[in-house]
Design a binder for this molecule. Structure first.
Ligand code: ATP
Ligand code: LTN
Length: 333
């Protein structure tokens, strides 16, 4: 890694297919930041098993996600791209950090509360300590910035607390990271439940990167708008949440402001607006889907990429882990 550049770290779970929320909220930034920073990007399969996964499906989704990240523009020559379980230092540092993370802190995490309500039959210790593994991911690479969607802000805040606590005891071991949240696209909402974030757990309202153009158009045509009689394209999140969701997506995809969008569709109604948003998304995703399909046909090439990525990641991670082991008082190997 070049020494004069700041470090970026981010991760994404292979727990399902990549969707428009992931792309606009996080991935697009991952790509944009590659020239200016030393970027380290990770497919976090260890995080994914905090909820039950089918092993064959997890393997397939991990490879597919890896290919999709490359297709979206993560360049393995510029950035380090790897799979979390291939670098054992993540699990090793997470154990140490668990001993510097408080039960009360973890209990306050909204993702833990949400996921333990959703998976009430499997509230396992990994789901609870998930944020210490995420902190380990970030801290191993001494990351300055963590590009994520709004929902992950609380986890980055917790990481900051752990850094402060650890450094307070042992001196300057870790860099203090900051969350990097985009201005548009930070929280893409579900097309059919506009008060929930777009998520693979609500598949009807979720547009996947690999959806066919027909499927994307179908989802946008069925998107919830509202029943007011004026049927006018105007941004009003409180009273017209469905329309606001579509305007937000259109703004994030085209770069237009709310005012420009309202003007563009003045007097046209939802019948024209919904397919226009659909078409913009189809064109955004088309080249990404085609490139991912092409890459997935060459498994040997992808294997070569993730092996090389893990090697580069491990050498940085190992350096931090050795330092930590020394600080906490483990005998050197
Ligand atoms: P899901 O809710 O679909 O299970 P997730 O948040 O559990 O998604 P990841 O796939 O790990 O899981 O998310 C990867 C990145 O995408 C994170 O940075 C997250 O903040 C971002 N992200 C996820 N959903 C959205 C959304 N609807 N809008 C904006 N960003 C999002
Ligand atoms: N918790 C995140 C995924 C994640 C991550 C990370 C993001 C795991 N480790 C490190 C940024 C940095 C999620 O659920 N989206």
């Amino acid at each position: 890694m070049e020494t004069n550049k700041k470090v970026i770290f981010s991760g994404i779970q292979p727990s399902g297919a990549l969707h428009l929320g992931n792309y606009l909220g996080a991935l697009r930034n991952w790509v944009a930041l590659q020239d200016e920073y030393n970027c380290v990007y990770c497919v976090v399969d260890e995080h994914a098993i905090t909820v039950r996964q089918d092993p064959a499906a997890l393997r397939r989704q991990t490879l597919e996600l890896f290919a999709q990240l490359v297709a979206c523009g993560i360049d393995p020559e510029k950035s380090i791209l790897f799979i979390q379980s291939h670098v054992p230092a993540h699990a090793e540092l997470a154990w140490v950090l668990n001993c510097y993370t408080m039960f009360g802190e973890l209990s306050r995490m909204t993702q833990f509360k949400d996921k333990s309500a959703k998976h009430a039959d499997n509230v396992n210790a990994g789901l609870f300590t998930y944020p210490s593994l995420m902190a380990a991911d970030i801290m191993l690479y001494q990351a300055d910035l963590v590009p994520v969607g709004e929902d992950q802000k609380q986890h980055v805040e917790l990481t900051r607390n752990i850094v402060q606590r650890f450094n307070g005891i042992y001196g300057d071991v870790f860099t203090m990271p900051d969350a990097y949240i985009p201005k548009v696209g930070a929280r893409v909402m579900s097309l059919n439940q506009p008060d929930s974030k777009m998520s693979k757990s609500i598949p009807e309202g979720c547009v996947y990167l690999m959806d066919s153009p027909d499927e994307i158009m179908r989802k946008f045509k069925r998107a919830i708008t509202d029943s007011d009689t004026e049927r006018c394209v105007r941004y009003d999140r409180a009273n017209k949440p469905g329309v606001a969701t579509l305007i937000d997506i259109y703004a994030a995809v085209t770069g237009k402001s709310y005012e420009q969008i309202e003007e563009e569709f003045a007097g046209k109604g939802y019948g024209a607006f919904k397919p226009a948003v659909g078409e913009a998304v189809v064109e955004l995703l088309r080249p990404l889907r085609e490139e991912a399909t092409r890459l997935l046909a060459d498994k040997a090439y992808l294997e070569g990429l993730y092996r090389a990525g893990a090697e580069k990641a491990a050498s940085i991670a190992q350096r931090t882990l050795r330092k930590v082991h020394k600080k906490v008082g483990f005998l050197p190997r």
